[in-house]
Design a protein around this ligand. Sequence first.
Ligand code: CO
Length: 498
Amino acid sequence: MKEKLLEFKEYIKKIEYMNSATSVLYWDMRVGIPSKGIPYRGEVLGHLSGEIYKLQTSDTMKGFIEYFDGLENLDETTESMVQRAKKNYNQTKKIPEKRYVEYTVLVTKAEAAWEEAKSKSDFNIFKPFLQEVVDFNKEFIGYWGYKTNKYDTLLDFYEPGITVEKLDKVFSGLRVAIVELLNKIKKSDVKPDSSIFTTGFSKERQEAFGLFVLNKMEYDFEAGRLDESVHPFTIEFCNMDVRITTNYHENDLKSALFGSIHEGGHALYEQDIPDSLQGTRLGQGVSMGIHESQSRFYENILGRSKAFWTYFYPELKKTFPEFNSISLDDFYISMNEVLPSLIRIEADELTYSLHIIIRYEIEKALINGEIEVEDLHKVWNAKYKEYLGVEPNNDAEGVLQDTHWSGGSFGYFPSYALGNLYGAQFLEKILKDIPDFYQEIEKGNLSDIHSWLKENIHKYGAIHTPSELIRMVTGEDLNEKYFIEYLNKKYSEIYNLK
Ligand code: CO
């Protein structure tokens, strides 16, 4: 068996090499490629993903899975590795190859159609493509099967173990709590002035301060780098090369700064994964939701806290003396202004989850055939009016704003809100383990919290499922309670609520 395991690991390693090479090409395409080079790069990436598909679904892979699956006395890591390979094999293998290839081609076209539709703000351009993407996903669910709800099958790709039943429960509690808090905030006399962040800040200064914060976070620049791209992202080639990007806007200080902190949170997770998990396919974050819990922890729970700015505000003023006349309190309150808006990625910490709940409800209904693509923009606008009290003027700021659906990523959106919930559950435990947590943050010590996250979450990579992990770390299952408490406490103080 020992020999067979070595062979299996060698085989898995080959897949990881291919993935790593693909990631480098992908990173380069988004960060540095000249525009004329894009079509050929697309061909190369298409070819490579086909080769990876073959390795993952080959008879050799099938042989390994059949040999190891159900074998007793496997250590925890090997068992996880086998189960991951098996799941992956089944997911891809169950789809007829011809349909898989057709879908890959369709998605490329749908992404281009979405871009055109968004730039012209015309949902009709995107509609026929979206219809096909939805039909394909429904057909795939037919191959994969489902237990109680068709949408569960798609959720499982991004957050293994998460179901409609669980999400309905936590999201409905969360929605009610946020709307209640929002109504109180509307009546508050506190009126934050967020114009202080939009007066013009050169890219050079923003970059210098962003690098300062990332260094304090202990992002390892010898195992990573910061570049620019239109949409910020994190990508790993291995645990020793985890890169992040950000996007500078001269008239918005917050965008690049919080973008860098967010991606830095993702990157710490990947950089902290131990060498021993390389070559097992477990050397990565376990799920999108847990990943978002790390990025959002740094961006919001830390990055938008008073303790964080108690240390960083004097530092910020060294780079941006225009803030010298603004008190820490005013700065902090302005940074946390709550303003229901149309665009998800610009939303404040409180209303953000409502944007996600809207998308979740729409996707769930769409995949289960309760609404049609035809109705999407009407449903979208009605939900925005009901939950956030705002209505899009056009499709670009409404149903066309996100790219996810054009790529067929149904089931992805809930990860963002799950990240908020997990993050608050972790915080609850952190405050027990590190009683002087906030005092240390006030001193600029981000080391203790980094060590805690590394020791309790990062070091496991993808060995445990998300539900196992949250239970192991906090002793509880996923729930909305702690995030609601966190929001209530934070915004009651800021908005002086009774
Ligand atoms: Co993220």
